[in-house]
Design a protein around this ligand. Structure first.
Ligand SMILES: Cc1ncc(COP(=O)(O)O)c(C=O)c1O
Length: 413
């Protein structure tokens, strides 16, 4: 699309936006003077859908009225309400999905199964500067096997003077590691730069050397279109409090490709992974469900899941094709306004991206403080990056026009 710098252009885009009606389905934080903020922080915590309250109230009422009787009639199968919508969200078969626990916990559970180093094949490829929790989880999994992270992890670094990784370099690193490579574990979208990786190419490269391909999709789910099943990805996990708008600490989703469902390898087991027909017979031996659900350990956190059901209903109605299309368009529009108005700003997000745009501004932190004081919610990541993440369901193009103006005024102040 050819952009232009006028306010009219933004208004026109809004008037023709097929998703504009979704804006009123969310609550917006307010500034001290009572105006709605411009909220560009969907990559940190998505806003609350108005429908969440009813979903939580319903479960509270059932608990009040039925106590434990709610268990068998409703809550025992509660997480299954998320299976179909989540499968559509990430391009999976229903059997490949389960929502449970928190993201880092799930990465641990998945690595317990899928990271099985041998004397020859033990290396793990990660992005340099991966999200710290992922690095801690990977380091500690390596140590559980009596290995040293320093000799085990290979970090993918951008070329000199570049900020993002080139797919060809990722593939080359995988091929060079060859039969020493046990697993690739990367983000789907990098949390810092907003780069969306070519998950299909990375998975193919990993499989060509018989390694496992796993992904942390915290910044990808609800942001970009995914085809986890068709891309033949082995496993993935994501959180649902960011773009998916399910509230602080909302539960995580996992994907395990169906080819792994007849699993004989290691796994941490619990009663919620046991065959549903015999679960309450309380037998001594674990009999796994024959789907991704067999990785479940505990019964579901109902009050954490209820908001996710509300927000997934919204995402499912819209469809990820439309969500990701607007996400890219709205961040391209922001990039255009920045390039036109503020050439001193460096955009570090590459062409392959979702809705996040990361920038480096001279005097970055004071600019960040100034735009925050002017009612823009975005975030700062050390040492020098401001991240903007316009959300396709609740941000307008006029928001973006206004943010570019605020940025200009803050920098020129
Ligand atoms: C990329 C990434 N991985 C992991 C995490 C940690 O998530 P949790 O606290 O849900 O385990 C986050 C949190 O923001 C994240 O952005």
């Amino acid at each position: 699309m050819k952009f232009d710098k006028t306010k009219n252009f933004a208004t026109n885009l809004d008037n023709n936006d097929p998703l504009s009606s979704y804006r009123k389905k969310f609550y917006y934080p307010k500034t001290n003077s009572g105006e709605e903020v411009i909220y560009l922080c969907g990559n940190s915590l998505g806003l609350q859908p108005k429908s969440v309250q009813n979903h939580i109230d319903k479960e509270l009422n059932i608990w009040q009225e039925k106590g434990a009787l709610g268990q068998h009639s409703r809550w025992e199968h509660f997480h299954e309400r998320l299976t179909e919508t989540t499968a559509r969200l990430v391009g999976a078969e229903n059997s490949e999905i389960v929502v449970m626990n928190a993201l880092t916990v799930n990465l641990h559970l998945l690595m317990i199964s899928f990271y099985q180093p041998t004397d020859n094949r033990y290396k793990i490829i990660i992005e340099s500067g991966a999200f710290p929790s992922d690095q801690y989880a990977i380091d500690s999994q390596i140590k559980l096997h009596g290995l040293e992270p320093n000799n085990t992890i290979i970090e993918l670094k951008p070329r000199e003077h570049e900020y993002s990784l080139r797919t060809e370099d990722i593939v080359k690193t995988i091929e060079n590691c060859g039969n020493e490579l046990s697993m690739v574990l990367m983000g789907g979208v990098n949390y810092y730069t907003g780069q969306a990786f070519d998950l299909k190419a990375i998975t193919q490269a990993a499989h060509s050397v018989e390694a496992i391909a796993g992904f942390d999709l915290a910044h990808a789910s609800g942001n970009i279109e995914l085809r986890l099943h068709n891309w033949n990805i082995d496993f993935a996990a994501w959180c649902s409090y960011k773009y998916l708008c399910a509230g602080p600490g909302a539960p995580s989703g996992i994907f395990i490709h169906e080819k792994h469902h007849k699993w004989n390898g290691p796994r941490l087991e619990g009663w919620w992974g046991n065959d549903k027909a015999t679960r309450f017979e309380m037998n001594r031996n674990f009999k796994p469900i024959d789907t991704a659900e067999s990785w479940q350990i505990s019964n579901a956190p109902i009050f954490g899941m209820a908001p996710l059901i509300a927000s997934m209903d919204i995402f499912d109605k819209v469809g990820m094709d439309k969500v990701s299309k607007k996400g890219q368009l709205i961040s391209n529009y922001l990039a255009y306004l920045i390039k036109e108005n503020l050439p001193q700003i460096k955009i570090i997000t590459p062409d392959e991206h979702g809705c996040q745009l990361s920038i480096i501004v001279p005097n970055g932190h004071s600019t960040f403080t100034s735009i925050t004081e002017r009612g823009v919610v975005c975030d700062w990541r050390e040492p020098n990056v401001i991240r903007f993440a316009p959300h396709p369901l609740f941000n307008t193009y006029l928001d973006i026009f206004n943010v570019a103006e605020v940025l200009k005024n803050s920098i020129n102040a």
